[in-house]
Design a protein around this ligand. Structure first.
Ligand code: FAD
Length: 373
């Protein structure tokens, strides 16, 4: 599947434009570049992160088009700014002010680029809200991502940690990723293999950290076959024959299960799972099993298994633990929450204490899933 020609044409056109230096008009705390992208100085990021912690961006701009991104790339290069792109800020923790340019991605658009009897190939612009796209797919009877219903954030952030839930990961449907390497000012198209997807990781967290994703192409199925291997979903549909289960019913069930388990960031600010589930050797698991008989292992490779980080935190006695306004959610030990005015530093410090305590108790290292900034 090729990245669409129209998008490519815009890329190439804009790449040719990024040679001239922009002139800034400075008005108080806002200035515009020559393409009218508004750049704001000292912008509070509190409403741009789901932990609702306070931090200021030295410079902040909303990107509404690929043209804006090319303009931003030009500014970043000419002024040698540090930069970071964010979507909905549902997987970042700001622990200090950001001394550079924050680009808030609002690039929109959804387009069917190809289809046959079995599949539809859809290009989704990176600023689209992921769950709105899932809802739209379900309405169109396109299946494959219904188990990923309700995950906050943008489509462009989905490949960064290869979002996953209820037995499905983005990599199961992703065909390609397109975007711009801002530092090199290079338009890049990546196939799924190029993305080096793993459990909550990808090449974008490593070698391609200055890459801004502008769109993704997904392959969705026209014929629906529910994936219900995850226990909560199996239970939900245990009395219904498989051919009676609809795509919409699976989406509704996932949304219902998530609502029960996870705190709504609008009511209790949080970043979802703060820690990844650790992967340990089978030998290490045997030792752990003696200490926590209810521990379960999920095969990862021939010699390694994935275990529940939430169980380790719970067994370390930290579920519901609170330090000031930073806390471990009382109904789910993997989720750190901001009960009011916690700072990013306080939440990070709580996370580090949890890692230390779990390590001392079980000799197992926890790793952060949330991106620390
Ligand atoms: C309540 C809750 C539940 C969650 N449940 C799940 C879940 O079930 N499964 C799961 O996998 N995740 C889950 N998450 C985490 C989060 O929803 C995902 O990681 C999501 O993809 C983040 O999207 P975002 O737009 O908010 O990204 P942001 O938080 O804004 O950014 C996350 C990272 O991606 C980078 N990034 C963002 N956009 C781009 C882009 N266009 N190009 C390059 N880099 C980019 C950022 O620089 C940052 O490093 C949950 C979070 C919350 C708050």
């Amino acid at each position: 599947m090729q990245w669409s020609e129209a998008t490519e044409a815009i890329y190439l056109l804009q790449r040719d434009c990024v040679q001239t230096r922009s002139e800034f008009i400075i008005t108080a705390n806002i200035f515009y570049n020559d393409k009218q992208m508004k750049i704001i100085k000292n912008k509070s990021l509190k409403e741009f992160n789901s932990f609702a912690v306070e931090a200021k961006a030295k410079l902040f701009a909303e990107i509404n088009s690929i043209e804006d991104l090319f303009e931003a790339a030009k500014i970043i290069e000419s002024e040698n700014y540090k930069f970071k792109v964010i979507g909905e800020g549902s997987n970042v923790l700001f622990t200090k002010d950001f001394d550079g340019l924050i680009l808030c991605n609002k690039i929109k658009g959804v387009k069917v680029v190809a289809e046959d009897d079995d599949f539809v190939f859809v290009e989704v612009a990176s600023g689209e809200i992921w769950d709105e796209f899932v809802a739209r797919s379900v309405e169109n009877n396109w299946s494959g991502i219904e188990n990923l219903s309700g995950i906050p954030g943008t489509a462009g952030a989905a490949p960064i940690q290869n979002i996953g839930a209820y037995g499905v990961e983005l990599k199961d449907v992703l065909i390609s990723v397109g975007g711009l390497d801002v530092k090199k000012r290079e338009v890049i198209k990546l196939t799924k293999d190029d993305c080096e997807f793993g459990y909550r990781t990808s090449v974008f967290k490593n070698a391609l950290s200055s890459f801004v994703i502008t769109g993704i192409v997904l392959r969705l199925k026209k014929k629906f076959k529910p994936k219900l291997s995850y226990k909560d979903l199996t239970d939900e549909f245990k009395n219904i024959s498989k051919d009676k289960i609809t795509l919409q019913a699976v989406r509704n069930a996932v949304l219902k299960i998530r609502e029960k388990k996870l705190p709504d960031p609008k009511k209790i600010p949080n970043g979802g799972s703060f820690f990844k589930n650790p992967v340990i050797s089978k030998e290490e698991f045997k030792i752990l099993k003696k200490r926590i008989p209810e521990a379960k292992a999920f095969q990862e490779t021939e010699n390694s298994v994935k275990i529940s980080a939430a169980l380790l935190i719970d067994k370390a006695g930290l579920k519901g633990f609170r330090s000031g306004d930073a806390g471990v959610y009382e109904n789910h030990a993997l989720i750190l929450v901001n009960y009011g005015n916690a700072s990013g530093k306080e939440i990070l410090s709580l996370a580090e204490n949890i890692c230390d305590t779990v390590f001392k108790k079980f000799n197992i290292s926890l790793r952060f899933e949330v991106n620390i900034l």
